[in-house]
Design a protein around this ligand. Structure first.
Ligand code: NAD
Length: 338
């Protein structure tokens, strides 16, 4: 009996096999969505900044914060997209205290400008969510000469956070949330070529930037001891967002074609992907918790490389130097500087 004849002769069997497979996949998908942050909180009067808030995880995070009454600043690169997202959120939540402000993390000047404008409008900041990110893009550099993934994912947020520490301390108890990734487990801080000037691998550069997010979190937590400002990092899960678009047309097309269907049961919706950010930002039980790493709304152990105290100190010193130097605008920073 040929294969197709066999298929045709047992329709009920195949119907059951397909049904069971789809059912199992849906069950697995349900399980893989991770925890949901269901604790009711009222955020009225609390001021929050979310970077990269116009799409994906950042947009859903902003949406839920707005639902809970917070004053939310959407710190975004593209004002048109930001206004579009804001309009949708305001219409749904009726929260008028949602604002769009330009903040291009690939430009230290833009970050400083955003800070100056923000501080003119607000004298409080209760939560800073460093969410924006680019992934596996072909090599390019920021306005200040940083390799793009290092520059946006780590250096931009490093400067932004440091320039907001005064307000966060003044508004304490307050929180900083750094959206990292499970990709940090494959990361390594390349102390000989942090800025990928000698060689570039888009995957390694992304992993390095996400490892940097956790090292920054842990070093900052130490520096904030005794201040009632906490800082934690997280992995949001594998989330169906537009993050793949940075990989260029060819790669993102194939990632969409192969990766998404293959990993469908494990892929979260953006709304589910925002739950750990919301949990870390708002859960009352985490008021004292700092320097930790979370996933699926649970405390997790990061990779050993993310707990290396010496590397965290080295990265802090280099980041401080590179983001404070005006010379960076002209010359690409030297990766060997310490
Ligand atoms: N999607 C996933 O599976 C996944 C997994 C692990 C970690 N993450 C992390 O989650 C975060 C959010 O990503 P997402 O999945 O929602 O993707 P996304 O592409 O939908 O969102 C990223 C946001 O960052 C913004 N951004 C990029 N460059 C910027 C710049 N120079 N200045 C300001 N904003 C900039 C984008 O405009 C966008 O709004 C990222 O940090 C990402 O690394 C995502």
């Amino acid at each position: 009996m040929g294969f197709f004849t066999f298929l045709k002769s047992r329709p009920i069997f195949w119907f059951s096999v397909t049904g069971t497979t789809v059912g199992l996949a849906c069950g697995i998908k349900d399980l893989m969505q991770g925890g949901e942050f269901t604790t009711k909180t009222n955020e009225t009067g609390r001021v929050v900044i979310v970077t990269g808030a116009n799409t994906g995880i950042g947009k859903e995070t902003t949406w839920e914060l707005a639902r809970r009454g917070a004053t939310v600043y959407m710190a975004c690169r593209d004002m048109n997209k930001c206004e579009e997202a804001r309009a949708e959120i305001v219409k749904d939540t009726q929260n008028k205290y949602v604002y769009c402000r330009q903040c291009d993390l690939a430009s230290l000047d833009s970050i400083r400008h955003f800070i100056a404008e923000f501080k003119r409008e607000q004298d409080q900041l209760h939560v800073l969510i460093n969410n924006a990110g680019v992934m596996r893009c072909p090599r390019s550099v920021t306005k200040d000469g940083f390799e793009m993934q290092l520059g946006v994912n780590h250096m931009g947020h490093f400067l932004l956070t440091n320039l907001l520490l005064d307000l966060l301390k003044k508004s304490a108890p307050s929180r900083i949330v750094n959206v990292s990734s499970l990709a940090h487990t494959r990361g390594e801080i390349n102390t000989a070529d942090l800025n990928s000037e000698k060689s570039y691998d888009e995957g390694k550069a992304y992993n390095q930037s996400k490892l940097a997010n956790i090292l920054f979190t842990r070093e900052l937590a130490k520096r904030l001891e005794g201040t009632c400002v906490t800082v934690n990092a997280l992995h949001p899960g594998i989330v169906d967002t537009e993050l793949f678009r940075h990989m260029g047309f060819f790669n993102s097309f194939f990632a969409g074609l192969i990766f998404k269907p293959l990993f469908w049961p494990f892929v979260k919706s953006p709304r589910n992907g925002a739950q750990t950010s919301l949990y870390v930002a708002l859960d009352p039980e985490l008021e004292q918790v700092t320097g930790q790493y979370f996933a699926d709304c649970q405390l997790q152990q990061p990779a050993p490389a993310a707990t290396d105290v010496q590397t965290a100190k080295w990265l802090w010193a280099v980041s401080e130097k590179w983001t404070s130097s005006q010379i960076l605008k002209v010359n690409s920073p030297k990766a060997t500087e310490q």
